[in-house]
Design a protein around this ligand. Sequence first.
Ligand code: 6PG
Ligand code: SF4
Length: 620
Amino acid sequence: MNPTVAAVTERIAARSARSRGAYLERIRTAVMQGPARGDLGCANFAHGFAACAPEEKALLRATPRANVAIVSSYNDMLSAHQPYVTYPQTLKRAVMTAGGVAQFAGGVPAMCDGITQGRAGMELSLFSRDVIAMSTAVALAHDMFDGALLLGICDKIVPGLLIGALSFGHLPALLVPAGPMPSGLPNREKSRIRQQHAQGLLSREDLLDAEASAYHAPGTCTFFGTANSNQLVVEAMGLQLPGSAFVNPGTPLRRALTEAAGRRVAAITALGDDYTPIGEIVDERAIVNGVVALLATGGSTNHTLHLVAIAAAAGIRLEWSDFDELSRAVPLLARIYPNGSADVNHFHAAGGTSYLISELLAHGLMHEDVKTVAGRGLRRYAEQPVLEDGQLSWAPVAREVVDASVLRSPAEPFSPDGGLRLLGGSLGSAVVKISAVAPEHRVVRAPARVFDDQAHLLAAFDAGELDGDLVAVVRFQGPRANGMPELHKLTPPLGILQDRGHAVALVTDGRMSGASGRIPAAIHCTPEARDGGPLARLRDGDLIELDCEAGTLDVIGVDLAAREPLDNAAPAGAWAGTGRDLFDRFRDLVGRADEGASVIGGAPAPAPAVSPFPPIGAHA
Ligand SMILES: O=C(O)[C@H](O)[C@@H](O)[C@H](O)[C@H](O)COP(=O)(O)O
Ligand code: SF4
């Protein structure tokens, strides 16, 4: 076992001992009481199966058969989730063949961040994770179930489903993926066309044609953003069947994997002899395995929020320092856009998750001794699903490198360390993904241009005001300010400035997309400006240095404590008409970014980062 991986795992376990122990006690008590269905009153129970088919009613009444909850995020808005439209019927049949019953327990909302990127809706996006967690709990709270099938893929949906299911950690739960759309216009070509349009060289029609040929079919978008990072991470955590992440929708193998998920969840309930509750799967080793897989592939920075929140839901305290320390020990093994030109279909063809996990295990970078939905031991995840004559089986993945431009072994990595860094300094704590940042762009010292809204930066760019070296500071984008939106629309203009040879960086208390990458961006700055954090005291022209290699983020030659912080609290009623007014309480309650930016209590919050500054208003 790599000593850093072992040490970080032990450190997480030690800091979580109390909260994890209380969590395990709770779920083990819950399972001792037997299937919750067993103590439903007759009226409760009759309501629960009133709409079932006669044979289902008979099964549920007569013998203790597994009753499985289907919780789905199906909608037509996310290309990734559209294939779920047929899943409930397929899953019900599969569970029935395993002797159980499945009921559609509830739907959860799902926002497509690609549609809301750069728009007001994006300010609901991160909060939707916790709404999804609560909606999952509403579904499972019917107490009719012995297990759950969770249908979700994209950004906030997988984390929300897991957080909700972990509240019922005594139940087994499997994620059921649907897979990526076939490759369309290459992501790099899409990005190039966007920059040409941003320079006025292409029409809107040209741009729309390009975008529509990149995003062209049911299935997950093919860049390595948060959705596909989710798929990789949950497979590395043993929460879905081995090798199921990146099999395309509508294929025989995809259908076979979906049916196998239905049969598998029915087999691992407390009614059988292979009981595997989700609360026991998600332990410190599984969390570290998820972080390692994320780092080894340059996955989405959003997981410095989501994995922290998921871990907290299982009583585990994961901190940014864990990501940073693991990142220095885990090599970069994949180049998938934005970290390269390949997409997830190419990654899958090059061996995919099975090859990656096989190599990380072989080099002692992952924990093998874990519980998974497929059974004990992560070694199963070094196998690929194979469909022959209609029969699904798994076979060990070949250990040779198939395409060294896409996926490599730790013996010859793209980089000796992973793609994430923790930053610290006079501007607070932040994270930066460097796997997509060229080495010559990783240290930027330039004057600040300060914006309180991403639209103002875009307007300044369009007006030609930004043509030089700059650190763009976009503040008041934190969880308590406006829900911590992704600022991915800033990538094309900042990329144009970088291409012109300027030193360019972004510093924000907001987020970036998992699809962002080439601009050095210090994101998730904590404490946020809305809480009186250092960004609230910056002014145009301040000299800022972002050093990704040293892990520092500082303003040079300025005593921020001597300045009054700007307070840009939105005027009353400012949110009306976009749904944001319904989330006032979320903005008031949400925790810090380094605690997962959650409105849901989890593991006791770590000691608050001591802001050198009084909160806004304290000086009044
Ligand atoms: O975290 C993520 O990966 C993003 O939220 C992603 O899901 C979002 O859809 C991007 O905005 C799509 O990229 P484009 O905006 O470049 O199409
Ligand atoms: S990957 Fe992003 S853009 Fe694509 S469907 Fe999912 S949320 Fe929407």
